[in-house]
Design a protein around this ligand. Structure first.
Ligand SMILES: [Ca+2]
Ligand SMILES: [Ca+2]
Length: 249
């Protein structure tokens, strides 16, 4: 009897561990980090205009970053798509070179094509109309949702730009924007809520590194199929153990 009990406890603990591992695996499908240290930008695609390349001129981590090269039309953007969630944390480190005419770095999300997106524009103090701008474009309508001047944002230095998108109660529709972990913009907007791609961009020479997406704000992280299989196995084993105990009792 005692052997049975200790065996069932061990089985239960092992199953719980496996469920935890499977749970993490299921959650992890909705996150990525790219530091470009493998020497490529696989998984990213070029937007409408411009060009980009792996660069060793400036790097936030290791040796490599991605250089968004000069484009006179609308800047260069790289896009990552195929998201399964709409909310989460969109983050990039960014370096805007100050020796060029247009000093603008951008981060976009819920970007479904060229007509629907939220876009954060960062213009350092070296740029005449400097500040942080949050734009929403839906079809033909472009609206400025928020604008903040930031005297500490300079060209020729790395800074961290983070956008947190909430689509769960109690903050449904919230967009929080951070520079170097400091909250600078917080708005509620539900104009765009569908899952979409994540884009970073720049006008003239902008470098990006350590780009991260994390579905951290999702209301209920979904269980992976492995977790469901292990849960079913746990229930089965528990039922067998209880049945055996009843017979031997
Ligand atoms: Ca890579
Ligand atoms: Ca890097």
């Amino acid at each position: 009897m005692r052997q049975n009990m200790s065996f069932s406890i061990r089985v239960a603990l092992t199953c719980m561990l496996l469920v935890l591992i499977s749970f993490s695996y299921g959650f992890g499908q909705d996150m990525f980090v790219d530091d470009f240290e493998d020497g490529n930008a696989d998984g990213w695609e070029l937007g409408l205009n411009g060009n980009y390349a792996i660069s060793t001129v400036h790097a936030h981590s290791g040796q490599n970053s991605v250089q968004l090269l000069v484009d006179e039309i609308g800047g260069t953007h790289i896009v990552r798509s195929g998201f399964t969630a709409a909310e989460g944390v969109y983050e990039t480190w960014m370096y805007i070179e100050g020796s060029h005419e247009a000093k603008v770095g951008e981060l976009g999300f819920h970007a479904n094509g060229i007509d629907d997106f939220y876009m954060i524009q960062c213009k350092p103090v070296e740029e005449p109309d400097n500040g942080i701008y949050l734009w929403r474009k839906v079809g033909a309508s472009t609206e400025l949702l928020a604008e903040v001047t930031l005297p500490t944002l300079h060209a020729d230095q790395w800074f961290k730009l983070t956008a947190c998108r909430y689509l769960s109660p109690p903050r449904y529709g919230a967009i929080d924007i951070f520079i170097n972990d400091k909250l600078i913009i917080s708005v509620i907007d539900t104009g765009l809520t569908a899952e979409g791609s994540f884009t970073v961009g720049g006008h003239h020479e902008v470098f990006v590194d350590d780009i991260r997406y994390d579905k951290a704000n999702a209301s209920v992280p979904s269980l992976s199929p492995y977790a469901y299989a292990i849960l079913a196995l746990m229930i089965l084993i528990t039922a067998v153990v209880i049945f055996k105990r009843r017979i031997t009792a």
